[in-house]
Design a protein around this ligand. Sequence first.
Ligand SMILES: Cc1cc2nc3c(=O)[nH]c(=O)nc-3n(C[C@H](O)[C@H](O)[C@H](O)COP(=O)(O)O)c2cc1C
Length: 254
Amino acid sequence: MNHLTHAAARRAPDAALPARPSIDAKALIAAVEWAIGSRRSIRAFLPDPVPRATIERLLDVARRAPSGTNTQPWQVYVLTGAARQRLSAAVLQAHDDPVELARHAEEYDYYPHQWVSPFIERRRKVGWDLYGLLGISKTDRRAMHAQHGRNYGFFDAPVGLMFTIDRVLAQGSWLDYGMFLQNLMVAARAHGLDTCPQAAFTRFHKIVAEHLALPPNEMLVCGMALGYADESRIENSLVTEREPVATFTRFIDD
Ligand SMILES: Cc1cc2nc3c(=O)[nH]c(=O)nc-3n(C[C@H](O)[C@H](O)[C@H](O)COP(=O)(O)O)c2cc1C
């Protein structure tokens, strides 16, 4: 029995779920691997709007993510138009005012307090690769601050997404959340759309909470820019490295 005749490959979908596309196995593999492999963090978008039906479709696909005991911890806010601009303006104001900036801090640790090898080297490399492309030198703090600030305008994307989680949920639900976010970003590729996941917003969770009228039990996980990439922009030529499989995998069979 090969993979084409294997029952799992033909799996009869629920009536509400998409059917297996009628393309050969090679094309199916290529399509899935292309969608995953072509996802990159895009940091300059075109102003072209994303139809609401497309956003709903992406979320409809993303919600098939697995979650421990099917708890589905995701809660999504979609900001477009004036609402997106209002939030961006408020966060940027705080980002650009040193006194105000000092009043904001992340609610959860995305990163370790103490960096160690090999993570610190990888972190530095991606940062300098991006700044290098943009012609920002290591001493130009103003330019770095301005580039970081582009996060808060969602890198000009027409859609800004905010993701929250119920505070009652535990670490496992954050794993589930990552799968949901990745589903969304990969599904976006199939529609010719791009994304940038954004932890940068977490520092300004109080401003986000105010603008979204979040109930106290909801905590900001991250933001995400969604739209069409401006391929003419140099920052979008950044292709990040990955370690080869052999460096992070051990096959153990005896
Ligand atoms: C949860 C999450 C949050 C991130 N937050 C930011 C962010 O705030 N700003 C940003 O420019 N990139 C952000 N990134 C993008 C990472 O820098 C990027 O994924 C990494 O460098 C690998 O590059 P790639 O996404 O292009 O493959 C984030 C990524 C993840 C997964």
